[in-house]
Design a protein around this ligand. Structure first.
Ligand code: COA
Length: 177
């Protein structure tokens, strides 16, 4: 049985979330990015979640917004990043629970899909698929170290494969620099 609860983040959690991010990623870069996200149009508090165990923040996930450009123009879609679990609490299912809870929030918000860059092994097991199979590509070159199919999507019930506005190039919001 899991001994953690998942709920939306609150301002009082922000310092503890920073500690989890720094411990999981090894430096301040992602935590600084999360601070910028919270000040930007892409922030979605309802899908910015924490896992709490013994009263402490032990994990964090964000689904925010990004832009897809198709022949029909631009529209906002959803992007999952970052995901982090305290190193001493990893490999117990907290990361998977955070992803599933954030996807449920995105579904409730009526978004058609959630994209991310990450391990196809980890996210494939959670139901993500290679984005290019659905006509969704990054508008930037993927880094050399990224595995093939690192660019992935999770299709939600609001996704309509016939909707051409959902096929195109994803661009990262300027908040990512
Ligand atoms: C990725 C991360 C969030 C997973 O959290 P978690 O709570 O350990 O995840 P779960 O317990 O749900 O799943 C663990 C499983 O995923 C696997 N896994 C974890 N990270 C992985 C990765 N980068 N690539 C492939 N598999 C991975 C583990 O091997 C484990 O499987 P196993 O126990 O069968 O070997 C956590 O390892 C983390 O914070 N890492 C550092 C930050 C990071 O890289 N975030 C993702 C990119 S934004």
């Amino acid at each position: 049985m899991s001994d953690w609860q998942i709920r939306p983040e609150r301002p009082a959690d922000f310092p503890s979330i920073r500690k989890v991010l720094v411990a999981a990623f090894g430096d301040d870069e992602v935590a600084d990015g999360v601070d910028r996200i919270r000040e930007s149009w892409i922030y979605r508090p309802a899908t910015s979640l924490v896992a709490i165990s013994d009263g402490e923040v032990v994990g964090h996930v964000m689904i925010t917004g990004c832009t897809i450009t198709s022949d029909a123009g631009e529209r906002t879609v959803a992007m999952l990043t970052p995901l982090a679990v305290s190193p001493e609490r990893q490999r117990r299912g907290i990361g998977g629970d955070l992803v599933r809870a954030a996807l449920a929030g995105a579904e409730e918000a009526g978004v058609p899909f959630v994209m991310l860059e990450g391990s196809p092994k980890y996210y494939g097991a959670l139901g993500f698929e290679p984005a290019r199979e659905h006509g969704i590509e990054p508008d930037y070159p993927m880094p050399d170290w990224a595995p093939p199919d690192a660019f992935q999507v999770y299709l939600l019930p609001a996704y309509d494969p016939a909707d051409q506005t959902l096929r195109g190039a994803i661009s990262y919001p300027p908040v990512y620099g």
